[in-house]
Design a protein around this ligand. Structure first.
Ligand code: NAP
Length: 336
């Protein structure tokens, strides 16, 4: 059986996922496209899905009999509405991060999925599918012993004028929030944010760099440097310090050179290249589960926890070094 997929939001990532489904992965075809900007949907149709129909109404796309599962790749503010509609229609739904732009919105999705009685939502936290992070998780269970500390960094060469201080949490740290919780199999209890001297490359409305310190229920202390005007590259670092040893995220593959008295290795500049394989793996996982009428991978609960944690981190930015507690309700049995 070929799974029929409807894609809402056909900008950068929506087009790339359409290409992935139709040209890279097996078992599914994109049959329906929607975007507020119809020109984007037409471009997507022309380049990657000539047989797909374009819908003006995203809710009509979700209801359509020729759509078995839905990808939500539109602006973050619209995700909650479309995911709730897909769950109400009983259709598996892959939602790009964020699941919702507020914790209450993510909570509504968790409640709707619980009412549906089965998993229907996968959140696009693709780092869990990155072979480097998968190997790091294995090293935590087999080599390092129980984790004590995590040192991580998320560095971008530069950001635009519209990227303001809270976006360092909601758009950038959000990936560490999810993947570190998954790596440690632990929940956060508090957040603090420290601002070193501001980089002269950061524009007026952005405090950059910043350091977020998270504590977990298991007593692990995590520091994450966010530096989005580092200039030199897109650089993701993660080191786990455990009772018996240390494990580091591997560097992306690159040719090592020896020349002119320098041992060199290139550093990526574009975030799109860093986790390129993990997008294939996460969507393959989605399609496999959706063919069974359910969802796999990062859950709506993970999306909710990420939203609660991100809100606490933004409050911690404003609290200037003071700890902000992160309080979560008990995990529902659907997500055990
Ligand atoms: P983008 O290029 O701006 O594309 C978003 C598309 O959605 C645009 O075509 C936009 O129209 C359209 N749109 C806006 N409101 C809509 C609505 N109400 N209904 C349907 N379509 C609507 O952005 P993007 O980079 O693809 O990002 C899309 C989402 O994916 C964001 O939530 C982002 O955080 C997430 N994302 C995740 C990753 C990851 O690493 N997991 C990477 C990239 C993006 P206009 O052209 O008129 O703006």
């Amino acid at each position: 059986m070929t799974l029929k997929i409807g894609v809402i939001g056909t900008g950068a990532i929506g087009q790339d996922h359409t290409r992935r489904i139709n040209e890279v992965l097996a078992g599914a075809r994109v049959t329906a496209l929607n975007d507020v900007n119809r020109a984007n949907a037409e471009t997507c149709q022309r380049q990657y899905a000539p047989e797909a129909r374009i819908f003006d109404d995203p809710h009509a796309l979700i209801r359509d009999a020729d759509v078995d599962a839905v990808l939500v790749c539109s602006w973050g503010q619209t995700h909650e509405e479309y995911v709730l509609a897909a769950v109400a229609a009983g259709k598996p739904c892959f939602c790009e991060k964020p699941l919702a732009t507020t914790a209450e919105g993510a909570r509504r999705i968790v409640e709707a999925e619980q009412a549906a009685g089965k998993r229907l939502v996968q959140v696009g936290f693709m780092r869990r599918y990155d072979p480097g992070y998968v190997a790091l998780k294995k090293a935590v269970s087999e080599v390092t012993g129980a984790p004590l500390m995590v040192h991580a960094a998320h560095r971008n060469p530069r950001v635009g004028e519209n990227y303001v201080t809270p976006m360092a949490i909601h758009d950038t740290l959000i990936h560490e929030i999810d993947v570190l919780r998954w790596l440690l199999d632990d929940d956060y209890t508090s957040a603090r944010v420290f601002f070193p001297r501001k980089s002269p490359r950061a524009h007026e409305k952005l405090r950059d760099p910043q350091v977020v310190v998270l504590e977990t229920a298991g007593g692990v202390v995590i520091d994450v440097e966010i530096f989005v005007n580092c200039h030199y590259g897109y650089d993701i670092q993660c080191e786990i310090v455990g009772e018996d040893g240390i494990a580091r995220l591997p560097e992306p593959m690159g040719i090592q050179t020896r020349s002119g008295a320098v041992l060199g290795q290139p550093i990526l500049m574009d975030w799109k290249d860093r986790f390129i394989d993990s997008y294939d793996y996460e969507l393959a996982d989605f399609l496999k589960a959706a063919a069974q009428g359910t969802a796999a991978g990062p859950t709506a609960w993970d999306g909710y926890v990420a939203a609660v944690t991100a809100d606490a981190c933004v409050a911690a930015q404003e609290a200037e070094g003071q700890a902000v507690s992160i309080d979560l309700p008990a995990r529902p049995s659907l997500y055990a």
